[in-house]
Each structure stands twice: as structure tokens, then as C-alpha cells.
Design a protein around this ligand. Structure first.
Ligand code: SF4
Length: 439
């Protein structure tokens, strides 16, 4: 039996796509082995979101090639989509696919094998012309407690710091019928929680709307909840743009307890001047009003966010205003990123680039504030009972999992509880979340 090994860089969407490709290889009789092992085929699913992501992608391609000089090396993902010629020049690379046409990856690899690796196949096409969601069914279900389901591809927001629209192309959505079919597969495989993901999830359905009939994310959510009627316990939404959270989505979150009380809404900066320079289409006060309104209707909601610090032109004063704005919010979690100067984006050419040491200092300062807000959010649930989906086995008989509102909970429990939802009485702060007692 031929062996194939995968490695993945980057976001949840990339991880999902690796799992889909693993399924394709398995369905053709390949054994999936760890990336450290000798394999006949290596697939490197690359990332291009930062210059560092590309560097790491190149390192992993070279590492695979050194591990087995006879193996077929296939490179997929955002880096190969953006820079196929660069990838083609790396020694040992046999197959290059970008962010579409992954359904053909096994055929492409086998074509190279049939030719004893004497030909290189470059299947990267112009992604800006892509018009359909590449619907690859799940052939094998990954063994985890939460299943990710990608329902949307592409982005046309063109934030000035981001290369993704050029790597992923225009908006494309998975058909509602396909979402229902994939959900049923995941539920039948025993998953309690499905997480909907996409590159620009809030734009789901825009390309499907027809003859005045609008299709939106709420329709996708509805499709999952209906298809999951026989066993889906939780549905979580991936990252959404704040201005795309609709009234109907909030109403659905109020009425269907399976929808997790968790919204990840990237803010990116707490300063309006920087938001404008980033080409983000909201102001800080609009963002705050929106979150305040949602929280008043959904008590217990975890609002989590992303912030980029050290964007070009972010003076000390502007950074201080971001800190001041965030102090007025109560985020359950903040992912803090230093601005990364990505070649090919408008922001990379802006004046006022911030030195790395200064970005590092700002990350630390904001991280301290983020930690305080996380603790405050967790503390507000002490002495309460929440359902926890157990996910991970920790040392010394401890297991941990997540509540619907994204608090990590640790408790004493048996291995058999993993994958199940248990009510837990929350007792005290512990590590990055709370310690509790299973009821
Ligand atoms: S919304 Fe902005 S940050 Fe997100 S993928 Fe699109 S361009 Fe990039």
C-alpha cells in the first residue's frame, strides 16, 4: 500500500482542506502516515498570509524532499496559488496545485508516478476567474470531537494588509443541499459539534442568491440545524465580520440552544484612522454598539476578536487609543497579532512602518489587557453550571473541553467522557480557563 504524509500551515480552512485531501487519498487506497515518516508522497498544504508563512512553507517542502528523495512532492494551498513559479523552482517539487482543483490531486500525483517523476505538473489556474465552490465530499471523517465544515471560499474585502483575496479569489459558497449532506455524515460519525468555516463566512450565499431570492449565512445555519436534527448538539460559527451579523442570525441564536453563544468578530484596530487605512468598513463606535446590542439579547455570549498592532502609521498615541477602546469592551478572548508586512499588499508600501521591537512591545501590552478580560469573563461563570464538550486528555486523570461560550474547562474525568457533553459545576480559575466538577 502506498503511503502519503501531510503537513499543514495556516488557518482552520487549510486544516479542513488537508483533511479533505487525506480522505481523497484514503479512498484511493493510500495509507496516511505522519509527516516525520518515510512516505511515497508528501503533500505540503502551504500558507501565504505572511512572508514568514511562505518561508516556513519552503522549509517544509525541502524537508519532505530530504526525507525521501524518491517521494512525489505535491504542494498545495495559498503559497503555491500566489507564487507557483517560485514553488516550481524548489528542488524535488513534482505537483503544484493552488487553492482550487484539489479534487484532482490524487490523479495529478499518479500521473507523475506513472512517468517516474520525469515531469512536473503545474495545475495552478487564475483564481480570480474561479466562479464555483469546489465541492469535495468528505471521504473520511477525522477523529476529533469537533468537526469543521467549510461552506464558503474566497474574499472580496481587500483589507490593505491581507493577501488572501489574491490567493483565494472571489466569493463562492457551498450549495445548501451539499451542506445538509455533509452535516448528516458528520452527525452519523458521532460528532457533537460542527464548526462552520470559510474565508469570508459572513458573505455566504451572496453568489447563490437568485432572481431576487436572497441566500445568506442564516440559510446555511438553518440547513445544518435541520440536517443535524438527529444528533447534532452544537453548531459554532467561525470568524465573521461584525457588520455581517444579521438580525435573523441573532434571532436564531436566541431560539435554538444548539447555536453556541460565541461570536468571533475581528475588530483589528480600536482606532478609526487605522481602521480606515486598513480598509475595514466600520468605525469603533459602530462595532461597540453592535456588540453591546448583541450581548443584551444573548446573555453569556462570548465575544472574541483579533487585533493587529503596529499597522503602518500607528503612532504611540493611536496605539494608546486602541488600548483605551478595548478597555471599554469585555472580550472573552483577544488574539493579538503584530502587523506583518506582506509583500504585494497596499499596506506593505505605506510609510510609517513600525519597527519589530516596538510591535513586540505593543503585542505584550495588549496581551496583558487581553488576559485580564479573559479572566474576568471566566470569573463571571464561577458557581454556575455549563455543558462542556470534553475534548482532550490532560495529565493525571484530568480532561478538558469547551463550553458553548468558548471557556476551556478542566475537570477530573474518565477517558470515555471525551467526545461527550457533560454538565460541569464551575468552581475556580484554572490555567487558561476554569476548573469544575462534573455533575
Ligand atoms: S476580510 Fe480582510 S482580513 Fe479577512 S480574508 Fe478578507 S481581506 Fe483578508
Amino acid at each position: 500500500m502506498r503511503q502519503v504524509a501531510f503537513t499543514t500551515l495556516g488557518c482552520k480552512v487549510n486544516q479542513f482542506e488537508t483533511e479533505v485531501m487525506e480522505g481523497l487519498f484514503k479512498s484511493r487506497g493510500y495509507e496516511v502516515v505522519s509527516f516525520d515518516r518515510q512516505a511515497d508522497v508528501y503533500v505540503i498544504n502551504t500558507c501565504s498570509v505572511t512572508n514568514l508563512g511562505e518561508k516556513k512553507s519552503r522549509q517544509l517542502i525541502r524537508r519532505a524532499s530530504r526525507q525521501n528523495t524518491n517521494a512525489v512532492i505535491a504542494v498545495a494551498g495559498c503559497y503555491s496559488q500566489i507564487s507557483p513559479d517560485q514553488v516550481a523552482q524548489i528542488e524535488g517539487v513534482d505537483v503544484i496545485v493552488g487553492t482550487q482543483d484539489r479534487a484532482r490531486i490524487v490523479d495529478l500525483v499518479e500521473a507523475v508516478l506513472a512517468n517516474n517523476r520525469t515531469v512536473q505538473v503545474n495545475a495552478v489556474a487564475d483564481i480570480m476567474q474561479a466562479s464555483e465552490f469546489e465541492d469535495i465530499p468528505l471521504f473520511s471523517i477525522p477523529g476529533r470531537t469537533r468537526a469543521f465544515l467549510k461552506i464558503q471560499e474566497g474574499c472580496s474585502n481587500f483589507c490593505t494588509y491581507c493577501i488572501i483575496p489574491y490567493a483565494r479569489g472571489p466569493l463562492r459558497s457551498r450549495a445548501l443541499a451539499s451542506i445538509a449532506v455533509e452535516t448528516e455524515k458528520l452527525v452519523n460519525a458521532g460528532f457533537s459539534e460542527v464548526v462552520l468555516t470559510g474565508i469570508h463566512l459572513g458573505a455566504f450565499g451572496r453568489d447563490l442568491s437568485l432572481d431576487g431570492k436572497e441566500i445568506s449565512l442564516v440559510d446555511a445555519v438553518d440547513a445544518v440545524l435541520t440536517a443535524g436534527n438527529k444528533g447534532l448538539k452544537r453548531l459554532r460559527l467561525g470568524s465573521l465580520e461584525s457588520i455581517e451579523v444579521s438580525e435573523s442570525l441573532i434571532s436564531l441564536m436566541q431560539t435554538d440552544p444548539r447555536l453556541c453563544l460565541h461570536l468571533h468578530l475581528p475588530l483589528q484596530s480600536g482606532n478609526d484612522k487605522i481602521l480606515k487605512a486598513m480598509n475595514r468598513h466600520y468605525t469603533t463606535s459602530e462595532y461597540r454598539d453592535l456588540i453591546t446590542g448583541i450581548k443584551s439579547r444573548l446573555p453569556g455570549l462570548a465575544a472574541t476578536t483579533d487585533i493587529i498592532v503596529g499597522f503602518p502609521g500607528e503612532s504611540e498615541e493611536l496605539f494608546e487609543s486602541t488600548l483605551a477602546f478595548i478597555r471599554t469592551m469585555a472580550f472573552a478572548k483577544i488574539h493579538v497579532f503584530p502587523y506583518s508586512r506582506r509583500t504585494g499588499t497596499p499596506a506593505a508600501r505605506l510609510p510609517g512602518q513600525i519597527p519589530e521591537f516596538e510591535k513586540k512591545r505593543r503585542v505584550q501590552q495588549l496581551q496583558n489587557l487581553a488576559d485580564v478580560q479573559s479572566r474576568t469573563f471566566c470569573e463571571s461563570f464561577i458557581d454556575r453550571e455549563l455543558d462542556v464538550l470534553m475534548e482532550t486528555s490532560e495529565p493525571e486523570g484530568v480532561i478538558s473541553g469547551l463550553t458553548g461560550n468558548y471557556i476551556r474547562v478542566y475537570t477530573c474525568g474518565a477517558q470515555e467522557s471525551i467526545g461527550q457533553i457533560h454538565p460541569v459545576r464551575l468552581e475556580r480559575l484554572y490555567k487558561d480557563g476554569l476548573w469544575g466538577r462534573m455533575i
